[in-house]
Design a binder for this molecule. Structure first.
Ligand code: AZE
Length: 177
């Protein structure tokens, strides 16, 4: 039963950020309102000696109406009492890219193949998410393994985003950056 309340969204139990570290390819995404990463999105998470998580990510964007480029993005994460929920501060390598503070939740992952990320930017009056985004990540640039697809579909339903995702293509556009 899902009531779609952001506060009740089930996240990964005993999330282990060390096992989550490394490179993930976005295979699908649910967009927020406004400018966003279009495709060719990948993220690499690093855990330092003190246990702090950072990440860099890239993706194709179009800014100023029709300037296409690869956005190189950076993020630092603040732990919270829930090991699966982080406060993310992010910025771009260039000042004209986006920066801000977003939630970064790990909904589910097997660490070796798939991961479901979720971020609600604005909670509505009724407690549901008014504006947010989500990525389905894979360790494999080719996409999800067939055996992980049902798990991911079930989780999309649990977070009330089933049918809201678009496939993220990887054409090599950001490979050189
Ligand atoms: C995420 C993976 C962890 C690191 C970062 C992520 C988010 C990045 C954005 C970038 C938006 C850029 C735009 C530029 C014009 C969650 C993918 C930083 C939201 C819109």
């Amino acid at each position: 039963a899902q009531d779609c309340q952001v506060a009740n969204i089930p996240v990964m139990q005993n999330f282990d950020k060390s096992r989550f570290a490394g490179k993930w390819y976005a295979v699908a995404k649910k967009d927020p309102v406004g400018l966003f990463l279009l495709d060719n999105v990948a993220a690499t998470y690093v855990i330092d000696e003190s246990g702090k998580m950072t990440a860099n990510a890239y993706g194709r964007v179009i800014i100023l109406n029709n300037w296409e480029m690869c956005a190189n993005m950076f993020a630092t994460f603040e732990d919270t009492p829930d090991p699966a929920k982080f406060k993310m501060t992010y910025w771009g390598a260039a000042s004209y890219l986006q920066s801000g503070n977003d939630e970064h939740w790990a909904i589910d992952t097997d660490y070796d193949n798939y991961a479901i990320h979720y971020s609600c930017r604005e909670v509505d009056m009724d407690g549901t998410c008014l504006d947010g985004y989500s990525f389905i990540f894979s360790r494999h640039p080719t996409g999800l393994r067939p055996e992980d697809q049902k798990i991911v579909t079930d989780k999309k339903k649990e977070i009330c985003l089933l049918g809201k995702y678009r496939r993220v293509s990887h054409t090599g556009f950001c490979e050189s950056s």
